[in-house]
Write a protein that binds this ligand. Structure first.
Ligand SMILES: NC(=O)c1ccc[n+]([C@@H]2O[C@H](COP(=O)([O-])OP(=O)(O)OC[C@H]3O[C@@H](n4cnc5c(N)ncnc54)[C@H](OP(=O)(O)O)[C@@H]3O)[C@@H](O)[C@H]2O)c1
Length: 200
């Protein structure tokens, strides 16, 4: 398959790319990294990316950021960057990409454990991850040409634990191999409309 992965230099994207490149043609993308530059917060940039590459069978998004902030100071304004990046960025990759993918193609998005479990100062992550999960459910029912869509919901990735585990007390680091397998199940398998939770 010809697979576009957006976010291949991140903790998760690095490992997903390493696994998929064994068997597939990979095109990597990021703002400042990859074969192609794209900023998923900018719909015109996404459109330009899809116009540049042809015959894509699968798109994997392991990009998107979310911030942490006290609930007492959280505001519409401070929520917006995560909504524009992790939520609308991934939504736009699907809304635009559906017109470019080959028949029977697939999208695999990334949400996170915060959709299901709260953490201190992490309401932003809960909001956007929950919305990404719901978006995929709705999209799976509407996509044409046998296109599939799933979401991988990572717990605390083992490769990120040294940097962020202190922010998520009691969250078990998830082995990277388990996370990678969730992406493989979505890309190479047959399921659609699923949130693949890899929380432990
Ligand atoms: N790591 C964890 O423990 C964990 C747990 C649960 C959920 N998640 C979710 O999993 C996803 C990936 O996490 P991660 O920790 O692997 O991320 P990361 O290390 O911050 O890497 C993000 C990747 O995405 C690219 N990127 C970021 N913003 C972009 C944009 N606007 N347009 C295009 N590319 C962009 C970056 O490359 P450039 O800088 O070149 O753009 C980089 O390759 C995120 O949605 C995160 O919330 C992660």
């Amino acid at each position: 398959m010809k697979i576009l992965i957006i976010g291949t230099t991140g903790a998760i994207g690095t490992k997903v790319k390493e696994a998929l490149v064994q068997r597939h043609d990979i095109i990597s993308a990021g703002r400042n990294s990859g074969d192609i530059q794209v900023d998923i917060t900018d719909a015109a940039s996404i459109e330009k990316m899809f116009r540049t590459i042809n015959d894509i069978d699968a798109v994997v998004v392991t990009a998107g950021s979310s911030s942490m902030e006290s609930f007492q100071t959280l505001s519409e304004k401070s929520l917006l960057p995560a909504i524009q990046s992790k939520l609308l960025g991934q939504v736009n990759v699907v809304l635009i990409g559906q017109h470019y993918l080959k028949d029977n193609g697939s999208f695999t998005l990334t949400s996170g454990i915060l959709a299901d479990e709260p953490a201190r100062d992490a309401a932003t992550g809960s909001i956007v991850s929950g919305a990404v999960n719901s978006f995929a459910m709705a999209a799976a029912a509407a996509l044409k040409r046998n296109l599939r869509i799933n979401v991988v919901s990572p717990g605390l990735a083992a490769d990120s634990a040294k940097d962020i585990a202190h922010l998520f007390p009691g969250f078990n680091p998830v082995p990277m191999s388990k996370l990678v397998n969730a992406y493989l199940k979505s890309v190479e398998g047959v399921i659609t409309g699923q949130v693949i939770k890899v929380h432990e």
